[in-house]
Write a protein that binds this ligand. Structure first.
Ligand SMILES: [Fe+2]
Length: 312
């Protein structure tokens, strides 16, 4: 097994490895490489549908997407098959997969079956590198904040369709808008990553609405930095896996009406852990921030400062 880095920030090709024949030592190396490089690209994989699902299960339990088109015989397998007759895919927005879950996926494994002659790439952005690009001041500010996640475009689409609204209510009951840390600590590498995305993140908690909006827009813009990105071009039987805890992705809708057929499995992750709240102080008394959010900022401590607003 040979690992060839694809760029200075993220991504690696894995050569000389057939996923279906991998032994336990190779799997441990692959898993380690996934955490380190965040996106792995494995060309020319002779992988059956069963082999694809078995590969996912080596990482953990597979999940069934409530929104994506699942294979009839195997609901854990998402089949993304689009051409000129398809509705426009909702994938052209930066996101981590399924952060509307309390336990968003650990990783996603996507395999190309039919690729367009041009277009249909998948773009990735390292959110660990994005976090590391922030100023020290901003890191202190973000420390300890949480954000609410919802269904984003999926919810809008289903709400507009009376027949599918009942399904949306069921999924909403199963996934009641989780709160995730804005800065996530990776459970294996301990690296910090920005964990808000423009598809599913609705609002940052405990700050005024306009401050949440401005902050989210700024954090979303980090994924747009070309220096933090990787663009993967597909060929039939290329397999790409990404660490959903540390990258976001974007699939441009630039290939229709050509056909593109992909198959995907998604691996259940853990409950995201945030970084420890930094020692941030608000001015004492009921100033503008307190009036604006309708809460008290607490009483002054011996240093004449208050921590209440930031200590949750
Ligand atoms: Fe996705």
């Amino acid at each position: 097994m040979h690992i060839e880095p694809m760029g200075p920030v993220l991504g690696a090709y894995i050569h000389d490895l057939q996923l279906e024949d991998m032994d336990d030592v190779q799997f441990a190396q692959l898993r380690h490489a996934l955490v380190e490089f965040e996106v792995l690209v494995l060309p020319d994989q002779d992988l059956s549908v069963e082999g694809h699902m078995a590969l996912g299960r080596r990482f953990g339990e597979l999940t069934v997407s409530p929104f994506s088109p699942n294979a009839d015989a195997a609901p854990e397998l998402i089949v993304l098959d689009n051409d000129g007759a398809s509705a426009k895919p909702l994938t052209d927005i930066w996101h981590s997969d399924e952060t509307f879950r309390a336990t968003p996926p650990l990783a996603t494994i996507l395999r190309a079956r039919i690729v367009p002659r041009f277009g249909g790439n998948t773009m990735f952005a390292s959110m660990t590198a994005a976090y590391e690009s922030l100023s020290e001041r901003m890191r202190v500010y973000l420390s300890g904040l949480t954000a609410v996640h919802g269904f984003g475009r999926f919810g809008e689409l289903l709400r507009a369709d009376p027949e599918r609204r009942a399904m949306l209510h069921r999924v909403e009951n199963e996934n009641p808008m989780p709160h995730h840390p804005v800065v996530r600590v990776h459970p294996e590498s301990s690296r910090k990553a920005i964990f808000v995305n423009p598809h599913f993140t609705a609002r940052i908690n405990d700050v005024p609405e306009d401050e949440s909006r401005a902050l989210l827009d700024y954090l979303f813009s980090r994924a747009l930095m070309p220096e933090l990105q990787l663009r993967v071009s597909w060929a039939p039987d290329t397999v790409v896996m990404w660490d959903n805890r540390s990258v976001q992705h974007y699939a441009p809708n630039d290939y229709l009406p050509q056909r593109r057929r992909m198959e995907r499995v998604t691996i259940r992750g853990d409950t995201p852990t945030g970084d420890k709240p930094a020692q941030v102080f608000a001015p004492a008394g009921r100033g503008f921030a307190a009036r604006h959010t309708g809460e008290s900022v607490g009483t002054a401590d011996s240093a004449g400062t208050s921590r209440r607003q930031f200590d949750r």
